[in-house]
Every structure is written in C-alpha cells, then in structure tokens.
Design a protein around this ligand. Structure first.
Ligand code: ATP
Length: 334
C-alpha cells in the first residue's frame, strides 16, 4: 500500500487554510483503499518559531481535537505527536551527518531569512537559529522514518521533499538500502487560502480565521476581510479577491458560478460577506460541536496520542533505528 504523511505545526490555533489545504483532503484520502496514512502534530518543528511553552501545548491540543473532529479515525490511521517518537531525533542526527551543507544553504526558509537581513543591512545570519537552518533535515527524518512514499504538499514544499530524497539516497549509498525515496504529491486542486489581510493565511502572520471560532467571532472575522473600496452596484473583480477565493474553497461549482455572477452584477461587500459566513458556518457547525466536546476532555486526546505513538514506535520506529544504529556502527539498543 502507499504511505502518505501529513503534519501540522503546533505553532497556534488551526485555521481555515490548514483545513482546506491539509486536513480536509487528508481525511478524504485516508478513507481510500490501499493507503496507509500518517498524521502528526509537528511539535519539534514548532520550537523553531515559538518559544512560548503554553502556546505549543494549547496548539497541540487544538490541532489534535481538530483532526479528530474533522473525521480522522485513529483506529484506522497512524495519529501521533512528533515528540512522542524520539527516534525522529536520532534519525535527524544520522541524516545531518550525510546532509550537504551547501544544499541547506539553498533551502527556501533559510534563504528568505538571509534576504530579509540583507534588505535591512544586517549580517546574513543575524537572528537565524541553527534550528531554522536544519529544518529540512528534521522534515526528512519525519518522512524517512516511516518510509512514506507520498507526501502531499503545496509547490513551496517540493524543495524539502527533494532534500529528503537526497539525504535518503546518500544514506542508502553509504550504508545499504534502508530508505524508500519519497515523492511529492503536488496538490493542484488545493487552493492556498488568503488571510484577513490578503497575504497567505498563516499562524505566523496573525491573519487567520480559526477553523472553530465561535459563530459570532467567525462572523466578525469574515466581516473584517479586506476588500477594495467599490460601492454596491459597481462590478467587483474576482481575481485577487480574498473574499472570492475563500468562498470558492467552501462552495460547490454552482454556488461559485452564482457568486461570480453576483460579483459582476455589483453585489455589495456586506452581502457577499454574509453569504461567505453562511457557507463556512454550514460546513463547520457539525464539526465545531465535536471539537468543543473533545476540547472539554483533554485526557481522552492525550490517551489517543500516546497510544498512537506507542504502537508506531513498536511497529516501525524502534526496529528501524535498531537496524540503522547497527548499519552506521553504533550499538543496537533494541
Ligand atoms: P506556520 O505559520 O506555523 O508555518 P501555517 O498555518 O502556515 O503555520 P503549517 O502548520 O506549516 O501552516 O501547515 C500545515 C498544513 O496546512 C500544510 O499542509 C500547509 O500546506 C497547509 N496550509 C497552511 N496554510 C495554508 C493556507 N493559507 N492555504 C492552504 N493550505 C495551507
């Protein structure tokens, strides 16, 4: 069977973008035949961006409850918290020792940080942690530890999958065929949702609409999405409209076509926002109820996560690390 892996960073409250871009397609895919799915809460990754322990913990709970409320069945898929599988860290070190530094110099996240520093006349590496720099190696370990063959990603993540292939290949070349080389499954039909300010919706930009915001807050946030200053009666442009893109992500083709026409006919922004609110609210309400019930019982979530990680370690992570320790010349602890 094919192995598919999806992670969400525990850096804040899950939002509409995480749902449309990752959770909704992943839950649908997990119901398919011949697929072994791995879903994880990327809390080691969160430490790269968030140094607020309470935030990481809250986010972990929220993201776990979100996956479960959205229909993920922990008895049928692997569902775990990354840091409950410490073998990931040991594999990260093995991969670090075969990863080319020159390749890491070209990683997008690191290069973007260097570019920002150059713009303001700072040293290239000012404020850049080794954690940010090494992030592609940690991600490679996430993928290679379970020999995932498919990783659903947006275009901006292709580079990281290529790096995972590169590190896996070098390791295989030196120590024998231990790793399957993963492939990026490019999600062509999955939209990147804009946030309230029109930039990509992201936990780091503080521009998100939380997936399970209470109804009145959801309405308020939707009414705060930026629009142009055209008046009711004036035709509206769909291209570049955050409101239209959000609507499209939650509506059927027929509803989207009707909204496109309403834009051309000069619908008022208030009316368009009300329609967007109603569409999203209709989709999330049943899941929001499940989410609230789960959030009221953190011990149950915790037990589910621990159980998932324990089975996963016993089935895959510990045996693999035993073989790898032996392969590189360390003592096998198993
Ligand atoms: P951070 O700012 O901490 O990186 P994030 O909210 O941008 O957080 P991640 O947790 O890194 O996102 O991503 C989890 C998943 O959600 C990924 O599959 C990613 O592609 C998807 N995702 C994140 N933001 C969006 C968005 N705006 N539109 C569509 N998909 C998104």
């Amino acid at each position: 069977s094919t192995r598919v892996l999806t992670g969400i960073t525990t850096s804040g409250t899950p939002h509409l973008g995480n749902y449309v871009g990752a959770i909704r397609p992943a839950v649908a895919a997990s119901r398919g035949e011949g697929v072994e799915s791995f879903y994880f809460l990327a809390d080691y990754h969160a430490l790269i961006k968030v140094q607020d322990p309470a935030r990481v913990q809250r986010s972990t709970l929220e993201i776990a409850a979100t996956w479960l409320a959205c229909g993920l069945d922990p008895a049928k898929v692997w569902f775990y918290r990354q840091s409950d599988v410490p073998e990931v860290q040991e594999l990260t070190w093995f991969l670090t020792c075969v990863a080319g530094k020159g390749l890491l110099n070209r990683a997008h996240a690191y290069k973007a940080a260097v570019d920002r520093n150059r713009e303001v006349g700072e040293d290239d590496d000012a404020g850049v942690t080794a954690g940010l720099y090494m992030y592609p190696v940690l991600m490679a370990a996430d993928i290679l530890i379970f020999n995932a063959d498919k990783v659903p990603v947006g275009r901006d993540q292709i580079q990281h999958i290529e790096m995972a292939r590169d590190f896996g290949q070098r390791f295989n070349h030196l120590y024998g065929e231990h790793f399957t080389l993963p492939e990026a499954a490019i999600e062509e039909n999955v939209a990147t949702l804009p946030g309230l300010d029109g930039r990509k919706m992201s936990k780091s930009y503080d521009n998100t609409i939380p997936l399970f915001a209470p109804r009145d807050q959801l309405r308020k946030l939707i009414f705060s999405i930026i629009t142009d200053s055209s008046m009711p009666g004036e035709p509206k442009r769909t291209e570049g409209s955050a409101l239209f893109q959000l609507f499209q992500a939650f509506a059927s083709e027929t509803e989207t076509a009707a909204m496109r026409k309403a834009f051309a006919d000069g619908i008022g922004w208030g009316d368009a926002k009300q329609m967007l609110f109603e569409r999203i609210d209709a989709e999330v309400t049943p899941m929001r109820e499940a989410y609230e019930a789960l959030m009221a019982d953190p011990a149950r979530i915790e037990a589910t996560l621990r159980d998932g990680a324990e089975r996963l370690r016993a089935t895959y992570a510990r045996p693999l690390l035993g073989r790898l320790r032996d392969a590189v010349g360390l003592r096998d602890l198993s």
